[in-house]
Design a protein around this ligand. Sequence first.
Ligand SMILES: [Fe+2]
Ligand SMILES: [Fe+2]
Length: 220
Amino acid sequence: MTVTVAALIWCRSRFNVVEPTSINLALSGDISMNISQELMNEHQLILKILSNTHAMLSQSGAIDNDKFFLLSQRFIEFVEEFADDYHHGKEEDILFEALSVPGVLTHCNPVNQMMSEHDMARAALGRMKEGIDKQARAEFMRGFNEYYQIMQQHIFKEDKILYPMAEQNIGDAEKRQIVFAYEKFESEKGRDLLWEKYRQLARDLLNATQLPSELSLESH
Ligand SMILES: [Fe+2]
Ligand SMILES: [Fe+2]
């Protein structure tokens, strides 16, 4: 199924979607009922690392091969462990499952489109890994640019359309179950350690961009 941004905006208008503001949360009487804020926080870390990696790649001529591929390998690890296994895993196993229950989204369901975009991102990840295996910078960068574009558009659609639809159309009892399922998932994956590890990667990428001759890299 092909669904464009315009079609998703049409979906949004059909549902008269409202943003999950603090006023909505206060009215709900239970701040833990929000089922999209943590996913949006994860989007912000993903976007930060994508942006810092893009900046690093844009001046890769100043970075020697060893440093370039070490940073690139850590970026791949982030994509596999955080963006895909942790973030997309949580969406697919929990939120998308809840949105796919008959009757939750009766007029328009963009979940299949979101799933196909996860697969497109995984295909771009495969191309980046091939670039690293061949030690071919240009091939890695082509895969990265593809991944960057897919994820920027995908995150925009989720933040602005899918998550508000979920907040509006999933009932309170189901939201409680989703929050419990998130907490179990996050605890099994080691949420705090993952965040600490990848905040450090964001800083290291920034340092590589600002001080290419004084890279301070962690080995993993
Ligand atoms: Fe997603
Ligand atoms: Fe997402």
